[in-house]
Design a protein around this ligand. Structure first.
Ligand SMILES: Nc1ncnc2c1ncn2[C@@H]1O[C@H](COP(=O)(O)OP(=O)(O)OP(=O)(O)O)[C@@H](O)[C@H]1O
Length: 597
């Protein structure tokens, strides 16, 4: 059937009881279609108490869907869930039922980001390495450990041997925690074992919509299959499956596609990109997309930078070229994409064109004592938000500081009853503390003084307001500052807050430089993709999408609406001559030419 408005309406307005899978390339409007279907479900669902779950891959995608619905004036019903699979399962399975699988008979707590840092020495011992060799990427690998199909702990990044992986998961369990990956695995175990729980969940959510289905993991798929009272609407693109290192498998989407109980649809239009971008991407896959949006008619070719060795020159060239592109205000004007975080930091600094010293005080405290770092950092960010009159965010930051101070926990998991508090008292203490921080003369208060004063203030406040002594819970605020004695007495709060303010402004402007993985689902008028080597670019441009690296290139190129520029060091024009119908090669002389003119 021709991919036109009528065809799309027929998908959106299909009977609510029909399970549907939509497969289509980038920019074809999959997410847009999913939102239309969601609107239709909200309007048509038969009983108001029936819920709808809309599973997004990231929180950014969740925000985007909510804002699009709100913009269109859709009233969001209270039983509508929009968010990641992890938050869905945390709310509806882990918090209410995970105590069934915990020897302590209490729900598991979520190990928050940065959690592995607390176990650095144990990790070093297990890996038989000195602690200074345990870097962030090793810690990240521990935090993202998943399971193989048999449920055994498994590192899809290939960094952690299986015996160490097993040790890590049992350590978490012993301490009452689960990590992000096990939110899915444990939820699967719970739903698989207890029929009444899975039935209750499935009946509560008879409509489930899932975006980016190609990145669903094995146990996520198994879990979805258990919800047999729910009707699924799934959209995805196997060619954009780039999260193999988390255990995601495009095969899950393929098997859904081949499952005869689903009605399947393919979309062929691309509403996002200029035609040469679409044709370049078509070269890589068996999905043939057709230019159908307003950008489709543009003759702007894809630009490859050749003979440009310095990334700073490439960025200059990119900005020069995009100066000539008329951008639509409704879209992000540009993004710069790279593969590795390390590289992204270098580029961010280049773009800012200024060397920002990372704040040594925070860096050191983070290494020396992570929990105290969390307390200080959050308190100061709260001051910053207060300055900007963002009271809500300020109190949230104080709450995080308090949660680490009193419980060494993320705010979601604090046990207020253990200190005789209720939620109202907890908030009240935070609001008063925020007022107190706001009243300090920041330029005259050192970090060491802040800790001492805060301890007295909070402990007196708790006694005066509620008659509850919590002084012994505040020992994190007693600190001898180890290797930072001098700095803690010589650094004022205003110096640190000012530094944080600069960093937060910078991170806003840095928002345009992102990793390819984080750019999934996003689009911008102009896109610069930085390959880090010639071999990487070769793989990105190869005529297949079999390898994950090849698919990473596909995702990167297809973010662009009007202009796509690509750079790889030592790129050779003759290697890519077969693309010349869609590609122009430019070198540094473009800049000098423009300057002369
Ligand atoms: N039916 C349509 N008519 C015109 N424009 C559309 C239509 N559907 C989507 N678009 C526009 O096309 C662009 C891409 O849409 P969307 O993000 O939904 O695509 P997608 O298939 O989810 O992309 P990706 O796979 O890259 O995440 C957006 O700017 C969107 O507004």
């Amino acid at each position: 059937m021709k991919d036109d408005g009528k065809f799309r309406e027929s998908i959106v307005f299909s009977p609510l009881s029909e399970p549907i899978v939509v497969q289509a390339g980038p920019g074809s409007g999959k997410t847009t279609l999913l939102i239309e279907r969601l609107k239709y479900i909200i309007e048509k669902r038969q009983k108001n108490y029936l819920g709808t779950g809309c599973i997004t891959y990231t929180n950014a995608a969740k925000d985007e869907i909510i804002s699009r619905l709100e913009k269109e004036g859709v009233q969001l019903p209270s039983n509508l869930f929009i968010g990641t699979i992890h938050s869905f399962l945390l709310d509806f399975v882990i918090k209410p039922y995970s105590h069934f699988f915990n020897n302590e008979d209490i729900p598991f707590k979520l190990a928050s980001f940065g959690f592995a840092r607390n176990y650095k020495n144990d990790i070093a011992t297990m890996l038989k390495r000195p602690p200074y060799l345990i870097n962030n990427s090793t810690l990240e690998a521990f935090e993202s450990l998943n399971r193989d199909k048999n449920g055994n702990p498994f590192c899809y990044r290939g960094k952690i041997p299986s015996d160490v992986a097993k040790w890590w998961k049992s350590l978490l369990k012993r301490d009452g925690y689960i990590d992000q990956q096990d939110v899915v695995y444990l939820s699967y175990l719970i739903l698989n074992k207890y029929e009444h729980i899975r039935d209750a969940l499935s009946v509560r959510f008879p409509y489930m919509l899932v975006d980016e289905y190609q990145d669903v993991t094995y146990f996520q798929e198994r879990l979805f299959l258990l919800l047999n009272h729910s009707t699924f609407f799934c959209v995805g693109d196997s060619n954009q499956s780039v999260f193999g290192f988390t255990g995601a498998q495009p095969e899950n989407f393929k098997s859904k596609w081949e499952n005869e109980s689903y009605k399947t649809y393919k979309l062929s239009n691309n509403f996002r990109s200029a035609k040469h971008i679409i044709h370049l991407a078509n070269n890589k896959t068996d999905i043939e997309q057709v230019e159908a949006g307003i950008n489709g008619t543009s003759d702007q070719k894809v630009v490859f930078f050749k003979d440009v060795e310095q990334v700073s020159e490439v960025i200059k060239l990119f900005h020069r070229i995009r100066d000539n592109v008329e951008c639509d205000e409704d879209y992000n004007p540009y993004i710069i994409l790279a593969r590795q975080n390390k590289y992204i930091r270098v580029i961010s600094n280049l773009i800012k064109n200024q060397d920002i010293e990372p704040n040594m005080f925070f860096q050191k405290l983070k290494k020396e004592h992570y929990r105290r770092y969390k307390i200080l950092y959050n308190s100061l960010i709260a001051i910053l938000f207060r300055r900007e009159s963002d009271f809500k965010q300020a109190v949230e930051r104080i709450e995080e500081a308090f949660s680490y101070l009193l419980f060494n926990e993320h705010p979601n998991f604090v046990d207020l009853a253990s200190i005789g508090y209720d939620k109202f008292m907890w908030k009240k203490l935070q609001v008063y503390t925020l007022q107190y921080l706001d009243g300090l003369v920041l330029s005259e208060t050192t970090v060491a003084e802040l800790f001492e004063e805060m301890k007295d203030f909070i402990s007196n406040l708790s006694k005066d307001l509620f008659g509850i002594p919590i002084g012994n819970k505040l020992r994190m605020l007693n600190y001898n500052w180890k290797n930072q004695v001098k700095a803690s007495k010589g650094t004022t709060i205003s110096q640190l807050v000012d530094q944080l303010e600069i960093e937060s402004n910078l991170s806003n402007s840095e928002g345009n430089v992102i990793s390819i993985h984080n750019a999934k689902g996003q689009e911008a008028e102009c896109v610069l993709v930085l390959a880090e080597s010639k071999s990487q670019l070769d793989e990105w441009l190869a005529l297949n999408n079999e390898t994950e690296e090849a698919r990473v290139g596909y995702v990167a190129f297809s973010r662009a609406r009007k202009l796509l520029c690509v750079w790889a060091p030592l790129i050779e024009e003759e290697d890519y001559a077969h693309l010349d119908e869609n590609v122009t090669f430019l070198d540094n002389s473009y800049i000098s030419m423009k300057e002369t003119v």
